[in-house]
Ligand binder design. Sequence first.
Ligand code: TYM
Length: 327
Amino acid sequence: KKRVLSGIQPSGLMTIGNYIGAIRQFVDMQHEYDSYFMVVDMHAITVPQDPEKLREQTESLAAVYLACGIDPEKATLFLQSQVPAHAMLGWMMTTLTYMGELERMTQFKDKSAGKESIGTGLFVYPSLMAADILLYDSDLVPVGDDQTQHLELTRDLANRFNGRFGDTFVVPEGHYTEVGARIMSLLDGTKKMSKSDPNPGAFISLLDEPDVIRKKFSRATTDSGREIVFDRANKPEVSNLLEIYSVFSGKTIKELEKQYEGQGYGAFKKELAEAVVEVLEPIQTRYRDIRASGELQTMLKRGAEKASAVADATLRRAMERMGFVLP
Ligand code: TYM
């Protein structure tokens, strides 16, 4: 069986962007692949976090994974910080990474822009992400579009290590959805939908109340035209809404264009909101049940044990190759 691994940062509310670009793929792939999914809490601390909030968001994200349909009997769900091998291989990867490679990363440029003091962790973040992936001999890494550069670096580092120390790591490949690999802000069709957007009207959180979802879609930016057609260059906002609608309704974009031919934006946005509510409401109910059940801790502990067994073996192999004296 091929192996799949991915992770999400517990750095705020999960958006439908994360759901469409990432989680939805995870849920599909767990049936076919040997799957490892994690909450990357060690990545979250590359920007300042309040400890209580970080703990809450970490548990919340683990519950969101389950609520969206990750089945702990099929996939291994764990917290990155509970598998110490990530930190060790992360360091080993950092020593193989060139400054120039990290300076080129657009996520680093975005997150550090205009900041007075920039933590070193934010800079070396991609080396840790490479370690995350390589520890599990991952074949496929399901992610959204914004992670392609990080994945390229991961492949470069795997090849570099293999070239220098002998064949050790599987060189992974990114796996992207056809529709929705980059969901845009509801208020600006040229900006990525992001959970850290200061204006909550720009994103739909997976845990937004149905009425909030309806309001956000009704206020979503559109253009001054009235045609509902997919045209990313000239109608970025409408195209983005069509992608979201397609994912949540199971209809193709072509089918939706046909369905709304000759209709204005009003009905389109209203029915889109209902399609999203229909999918998110049951997820929210399951989420509340999981949080109330108190079973999360035990489940995550089991996940970390399973993940550690794989990660520790790979780490040992890599340490041996690099020249460490093993106990
Ligand atoms: P993060 O936490 O920013 O996002 C989690 C996943 O959601 C995808 N995503 C989107 N997809 C479509 N449209 C959007 N607007 C959108 N916003 C986010 C992201 O592409 C990602 O797949 N560096 C990673 C976390 C990470 C990781 C890893 C991923 C750490 N280690 C190992 C895979 C494998 C990140 O910051 O994702």
